[in-house]
Design a binder for this molecule. Structure first.
Ligand code: CO8
Length: 258
């Protein structure tokens, strides 16, 4: 059903793999459209609890497709940017965690795709950068906004203005990724994290994601009000009763998503 990505669901995990290895998994309009459809499926499918997004071959995603972008005028460029933003915003908006398994180059739109995910795990072979200024443009899939929020304004300006490519360890040091693991352990580590998350109360996970994302750009008072509102749903759930009862009875909790 998909041409440029692979989509598979196994044991509660949706695997979304960008699959244009010959073009370093560059994001053209077709890939963006298919990613959008895939994440709509992630959102709609009750079997899916967590998604893992990765790239086929030696790149995670080496950016937007330069061959396609080259001949776009400003109007078409704006349309492509809107498509990119709708994918990144959808990943953030769905109430299930999305883990980026960054296997290789995460450049430009690829770094931006990773940044839209909730958790970033990098192979020690991964490389990161926002090289758009080399091409005479600026980041266009959220990089000017998400990168400063992750690594601070100064570091974001440094990376965007110099177009420097950094390795996985440095990405971890500046807060761009959470963990670096040997290449061969990347998927197992992401699956381990996914399973850990799946062992928690789903309602708590989804409300935590929503409150963190929606509150992040607000002032502290307004953001705290969001937490108060978000707190109520899991607090009134059967899973809250189960979680607290299980603790007091010294047994593992069995959550039922209720
Ligand atoms: N777009 C299109 N094709 C690409 C891209 C890309 N981003 N990256 C790599 N490719 C292609 C190459 O052209 C090459 O094709 P071919 O085999 O036909 O010559 C093939 O993939 C393999 O690439 P290389 O031979 O270059 O492989 P290397 O291992 O030597 O280098 C790199 C790998 C370092 C990843 C290198 O390919 C590279 O620098 N790629 C470009 C990275 C880049 O500049 N990314 C930013 C793009 S701009 C962007 O993402 C802006 C987002 C906002 C978009 C707004 C839309 C309007």
């Amino acid at each position: 059903m998909f041409e440029t990505i692979k989509y598979e669901v196994k044991e509660g995990i949706a695997y979304v793999t960008v699959n244009r290895p010959k073009a370093m998994n560059a994001l053209n309009t077709e890939v963006l459209g298919e990613l959008h459809t895939a994440f709509e499926q992630v959102a709609a499918d009750d079997e899916v609890k967590v998604a893992i997004v990765t790239g086929e071959g030696k790149a995670f995603v080496a950016g937007a497709d330069i061959a396609q972008m080259k001949d776009l005028d400003a109007v078409a460029g704006r349309a492509m940017i809107a498509k990119g933003h709708s994918v990144m915003n959808l990943i953030e908006a769905i109430d299930k965690p999305v883990i980026a398994a960054i296997n290789g180059f995460a450049l430009g739109g690829g770094c931006e795709l990773a940044m839209a995910c909730d958790i970033r795990i990098a192979s020690e072979k991964a490389k990161f950068g926002q090289p758009e200024v080399n091409l005479g443009i600026i980041p266009g899939f959220g990089g000017t906004q998400r990168l400063p929020r992750l690594v601070g304004r100064s570091m974001a300006k440094y990376l965007i203005m110099t177009a420097e490519m950094i390795g996985a360890e440095e990405a971890k040091n500046i807060g761009l990724v959470e963990k670096v693991v040997p290449a061969e352990d990347l998927m197992a580590e992401c699956e381990k994290i996914a399973r850990t998350i799946m062992s928690k109360a789903p309602i708590a996970i989804s409300v935590a994601k929503t409150v963190i994302n929606n509150g992040y750009s607000l002032d502290l008072r307004a953001a705290s009000a969001l937490e108060v509102e978000g707190f109520v749903a899991p607090f009134a759930s059967e899973d809250k009763m189960e979680g607290m009862t299980a603790f007091l009875e010294k047994r593992p909790a069995e959550f039922k998503n209720k």
